[in-house]
Design a protein around this ligand. Structure first.
Ligand SMILES: *[C@@H]1O[C@H](CO)[C@@H](O)[C@H](O)[C@H]1NC(C)=O
Ligand SMILES: *[C@@H]1O[C@H](CO)[C@@H](O)[C@H](O)[C@H]1NC(C)=O
Ligand SMILES: [Zn+2]
Length: 458
């Protein structure tokens, strides 16, 4: 992937303008969210039979799980199978391991909605567990595919057992030390209600959002009806509260709407983008990096001010454009949110609840922090990818047009592009006309999400 760098006037810091990498995953923003009920937890009583459980994966087979459906890795995640386990060797936060409920269709988890996802594993707990919704058509050839996930931070749900046993290893276990002789079993118990997706249309469970390079060995993934009661043995484990994760959107909800989310950008092409949007008489959403706005050599502040005056939306795109979920600490994640908010406020006089994650990288911790600092946060991914990051500087830049048309044909209506290359900017009028000819109305992301705070359609 190519980089776009330029130096600020004092040459002290580099602002990286990296286009989002993309595999064109997206999400259909369904209005019928599964509404979690009051959490009621069933603790196992010694003399009761377990209610129905569902064993999803015990890793007996390298290509399919216990339900008979595919499991495997994405984004070149290295893994190693042994009968009964798979070991993951993450090197990038976007890598993932999926285990599916269905070949490529939708599976209803409603019968299990009050139960728990139970995972047995060994190794680091620095990752995200996601439950992934399918798209509305339950069709892998429609965009977005997969649909929207909701995510939890594994470390918050960890239950370790083997505490308080005198024969354990004689050590002090108050601090959770693990004995090499008898490593405590690590388990996750996650209420399915903590995944705020449509439980009638589930596709897979996935392990992703790694913020470590330490390996993780998965042994068992299942749904169980109850959890062990808190006791000395499990260090009085209790299920934590669900932390809000913001609404992740990959698709516009308003019928016949289409939105362009335009990220980053080189000041060289700003005036041309403005001219095209004026000529085509459409409004878009710009996602602006805080550091780029503060860099006085770029003229981007003036540009975005003028775009705001013309009725476009300007929204958040982090402070320095890292893969936020990969950052080791929550403080570093906060440093990508709070200064970006401050910069938009100080330079442009706006507050935005729309946040596009750099590279489309999404995980539980960054979603939690975004939800914490941004009221009514929308985390804006996409369902149409121009793939400028892949083709703009290649011998076949016209593949950007093909990628755009393909996304639209598959039902995508929320696009990602950048203004970093003459070829991409050159195709912008064609993108716009294609969408207009298909009968869509082009508008800002907040308008296409039917946000009551968005300006009326012009
Ligand atoms: C967001 O988009 C990126 C790029 O297409 C994709 O890799 C990622 O899976 C998407 N995230 C979600 C949560 O859909
Ligand atoms: C900076 O942006 C403003 C607003 O778009 C524009 O009027 C001005 O010509 C730009 N200046 C340069 C040097 O590009
Ligand atoms: Zn970006």
């Amino acid at each position: 992937m190519k980089d776009h760098l330029f130096l600020s006037s004092c040459a002290v810091f580099l602002v990286l303008f990296l286009p989002e990498t993309s595999l064109a995953h997206g999400h259909y923003s369904d209005q019928h969210w599964y509404q979690p009920r009051e959490q009621h937890i069933l603790y196992a009583a010694e003399d009761t039979e377990p209610l129905t459980s569902l064993v999803i994966d015990t890793f007996q087979n390298p290509t399919h799980n216990d339900l008979g459906f595919w499991h495997g890795a994405g984004e070149n995640l290295n893994m190693h199978y042994e009968p009964g386990s798979v070991r993951l060797f993450p090197t990038d936060t976007d890598q993932n391991f999926h285990t599916q409920f269905e070949t490529n269709g939708c599976f209803s988890l409603l019968p299990w909605q009050h139960q728990f996802l139970h995972v047995e594993f060994v190794g680091t707990d620095q990752f995200t567990v996601s439950l992934n919704e399918h798209n509305v058509d339950c069709n892998p050839r429609r965009a977005p595919f997969p649909g929207v996930p909701d995510s939890v931070q594994a470390s918050r749900y960890v239950m370790r057992s083997g505490y308080g046993r005198s024969d354990h290893d004689g050590g002090d276990h108050e601090d959770g030390d693990q004995s090499p002789a008898a490593p405590p079993k690590t388990e996750l118990f996650i209420p399915l209600s903590h995944f705020r997706i449509n439980h009638n249309r589930v596709m897979s469970v996935s392990f992703t959002g790694f913020y470590t390079n330490e390996p993780i060995t998965l042994h068992r993934v299942e749904i169980v009806s109850n959890i062990p009661p808190p006791n000395v043995e499990n260090d009085y484990f209790r299920v934590p509260e669900k932390l809000p994760t913001g609404e992740l959107i990959l698709r516009c909800s308003r019928p016949n709407s289409f939105a362009f989310g335009i990220d980053d950008g080189s000041p060289r092409f700003a005036q041309e983008v403005m001219r095209i949007l004026d000529e085509e008489n459409v409004h878009v959403t710009f996602f602006a990096v805080g550091a780029g706005l503060r860099d006085t050599t770029t003229n981007l502040t003036q540009f975005y001010r003028e775009m705001l005056k013309k009725g476009h939306q300007v929204a958040l795109h982090s402070n320095t454009h890292p893969k936020m979920e990969a950052l080791p600490t929550v403080d570093e994640i906060d440093d990508e949110i709070i200064p970006a908010q401050r910069t938009l406020k100080e330079r442009l006089g706006i507050e935005s609840s729309y946040f596009r994650p750099p590279f489309g990288t999404v995980g539980a911790r960054m979603r939690q922090q975004i939800a914490k600092y941004i009221p009514n946060a929308y985390i804006v991914n996409w369902s149409v990818d121009v793939e400028d990051w892949l083709w703009a500087n290649s011998p076949t830049p016209e593949k950007q047009l093909e990628a755009f048309y393909r996304g639209v044909a598959r039902g995508g209506n929320l696009a990602v592009m950048h203004f970093l290359n003459p070829t991409t900017v050159g195709y912008l009028p064609q993108f716009i006309r294609h969408v207009k000819d298909a009968g869509f109305k082009i508008m800002r992301v907040d308008q296409c999400m039917e946000d009551p705070n968005s300006p009326p359609l012009s």
